[in-house]
Structures are given as C-alpha cells and as structure tokens.
Write a protein that binds this ligand. Structure first.
Ligand code: IYR
Length: 219
C-alpha cells in the first residue's frame, strides 16, 4: 500500500463549478455519422487511450486491448466486412421492432465513415489473459471494465474536440481476423474518430430527464 497522493479536495464552490463545466461540455457530445477526412495528430489519440487505460477494472486486470487503425487498406477491409454484416442485418436479421427503433437515427447498411474518418479504434475485451507460457489468467467483469475504459475514451476524445461514433456492426468477429487478434479477445466496439464533416447533421434526439433515470433512497 502507498499513500493516496493523487487525490485533490476542492472547496465546495469549486466542486460545483467543475461539475457544471463538465456537464455542460459532455452534454454537447453527439454521436456523429458524417466524418471529415481531415487529419488528426496521433498524439491526441495516444493521450486519450492513456486516459482510457486508467479505468477501474476487475482485480485491476485491465482486460482490454485497443487497435488504432489509420491505414486505408485495413479500413477498406473493415468497411467491406462491416457493410456485409449490416446488409444482412437491415435486410433480414433485424426485427420490425428493431428497425422501427432505429428509424429516427436514419442509419442504414452504408458505412462510408469507416474509410473516410482518420481513425477507427477497435476495442477488444479480453475474456481471459494469456501468460507467455500459454497459461490462462482468469479475468473478472471484463465487459464492465471494457465498457468503463471505452466511456473514458469517448469522454477524453470529446474533451479534445473530436467526434466519435460508437459503432457495433453485428457480429464483429471479422475484426479478429482482419486485425490479427487472438481468440481470447472479443470485439467490443468499433469507435470511429475524427472531425465531423462540415455541416454534419445529427438526429434530433431527446435525453431523459434526471428524475426519469435516477432515484434517491435517503433512509
Ligand atoms: N449496427 C447497425 C444497427 C444499429 C443498431 C443500434 I442498437 C444503433 O443504436 C444504431 C445502429 C448500424 O450501425 O447501422
């Protein structure tokens, strides 16, 4: 055990101000589906990933792996594989109810952003760890842990002024093949990162009110 050196207590008014500022900033985040091909310096992605890597995880086993894809050839392969799955989804697999729920988002099987955006970050969940000698290390709460790390990543990228799309072509097994990841890893999410297209448009969504998604127990 070591001292908790990183903790900082703020005066109450500063706590309020910091939270208000954070809320106002994150409240502006929107999932974007129209990306510019404008370059994004690599170091921004690296720092955002480093932030993601600070997420709490089951037994601190950090059961995640992030593959940053910027190469046009690999993006092209990912787009082709994702669009094939998505075509199946929109034309056959999705129920009427699911398609109706997605209708306001205006999505379809065409995913040009997978080639246009400067970065795709494939997030993998490690079902178990692997020691150099091949022995397996049990992982705890890998989905919760990877979700937390991904949430921090999205927040960090937003704070840097970058747009993200949390994309989940389903199934996403093709990501293991294209990116050469082991079978101990399950694709968790494909994050599209970049600047939004000039004049990008987003669906006119409504967020739930606080009292609709939270409650208090005071006794
Ligand atoms: N994966 C498909 C469909 C889709 C599903 C959900 I749930 C969304 O919130 C959005 C899209 C696609 O990306 O189009």
């Amino acid at each position: 055990m070591i001292p908790l050196d990183g903790y900082r207590e703020y005066p109450l008014e500063e706590m309020r101000a910091r939270l208000a500022e954070f809320y106002a900033d994150i409240n502006r985040r929107r999932t974007v589906r129209e990306f510019s091909d404008r370059e994004v310096p690599r170091d921004l992605i690296e720092t955002a990933l480093a932030a993601a890597g600070t997420a709490p995880s089951g037994a601190n086993l950090q059961p995640w792996h992030f593959v940053v894809v910027s190469g046009p050839e690999t993006k092209k392969k990912i787009r082709a594989a994702a669009e094939a799955e998505e075509r199946e989804f929109y034309e056959h697999r999705a129920s009427e109810e699911w398609l109706a729920a997605l209708a306001p988002l205006g999505t379809d099987q065409h995913k040009p952003f997978l080639e246009k955006a400067p970065y795709l970050i494939a997030v993998f969940l490690q079902k178990y760890g692997e020691l150099p000698d091949g022995r397996r290390v049990k992982h705890y709460y890998p989905a919760e842990s990877t979700g937390l790390a991904t949430g921090i990543l999205i927040t960090a990228l937003h704070r840097a002024g970058l747009a993200t799309l949390t994309h989940t072509p389903s199934p996403m097994k093709f990501l293991n093949e294209i990116l050469g990841r082991p079978k101990s890893e399950r694709p968790f999410l494909l994050l599209v990162v970049g600047y939004p297209e000039k004049d990008a448009r987003v669906p006119d969504i409504v967020r739930k009110e606080l009292d609709e998604f939270s409650s208090w127990v005071d006794e």
